[in-house]
Design a binder for this molecule. Structure first.
Ligand SMILES: Nc1ncnc2c(CN3C[C@H](CSc4cnccn4)[C@@H](O)C3)c[nH]c12
Length: 229
């Protein structure tokens, strides 16, 4: 690895990361800001994409193609589906899918388009590092499937569709698009999230209350992972 990308979707998701660094160089590009830092000789680019799959795809591609990052880590929050996941808990994706990608009218499964695949797997090597860090630091983290879609999920009906269709453990709005970009560009990637809500009728209230603390949970674990790379 020569250059590391660390991405979030919201400013609140990268603020707790930037706090670890001094001497930050800011580059503006394509309506966004990219923060370049160095950790023990490792060049790192940090950015938040803005919400949703399109913005996340633009930022992931920019970090790889313009800034030359050859490994990408995502830190942020997610809605919990698996009942084992309580607010504040951590999940690392083994694979991701797009729950709102739907051409079932033509006989294709949910989440599939020709030339694509329903599930994109994350880097086993990066997951192994992450779980080693978790064990060393007595951090509890679930490995599971994360479903991505361009909607804030706040209904049991939509949550249950995603769970039953994809057997997903958590959901959010950016991970699977980052996965498609990194997979296509052969860049190893890791998607780490902390639960901010449970994607049901209370999701909006819980999200507002727990965004900051859950984003910090994810960021603090992410920094430990980065130091191990
Ligand atoms: N239930 C859920 N459904 C879908 N995604 C999520 C997430 C993960 N992030 C948070 C944020 C919600 S939208 C947003 C918009 N404006 C303000 C705050 N958040 C978006 O970047 C996806 C956490 N809980 C989720």
């Amino acid at each position: 690895m020569t250059k590391l990308a660390i991405m979030g979707a919201m400013e609140e998701e990268i603020e707790p990361l930037l706090e670890y660094f001094e001497n930050v160089k800011v580059t503006e590009f394509a309506d966004n800001k990219y923060y370049e830092v160095n950790l023990n000789g490792l060049d790192i680019v940090i950015a938040y994409s803005k919400i949703g799959k399109v913005f996340a795809s633009l930022t992931a591609t920019t970090m790889i193609e313009k800034f030359g990052c050859d490994t990408l880590l995502f830190s942020g929050v997610a809605g919990g589906i698996n009942p084992k996941l309580k607010i504040g808990d951590l999940i690392i994706a083994d694979k991701l899918c797009q729950h709102d990608l739907d051409i079932t009218a033509f006989g294709h499964p949910n989440g599939f388009v020709p030339g694509g695949k329903v599930f994109v797997e994350t880097s086993k090597e990066l997951r192994d590092v992450a779980f080693e860090v978790a064990e060393e630091n007595n951090i509890s983290v679930l490995e599971g499937t994360i479903a991505t879609g361009d909607q804030f999920v706040h209904s049991v009906e939509r949550k249950e569709f995603i769970e039953s269709t994809f057997n997903a453990d958590a959901l959010e709005m950016e991970g699977a698009s980052v996965a498609v970009i990194c997979d296509a560009l052969n860049v190893p990637f890791l998607i780490l999230r902390a639960i901010s809500d449970t994607a049901d009728m209370d999701a909006g209230f819980d999200f507002d209350e727990f965004l900051k603390s859950s984003a910090k949970n994810s960021a603090d674990y992410m920094i430990k992972i980065v130091k191990k790379l």
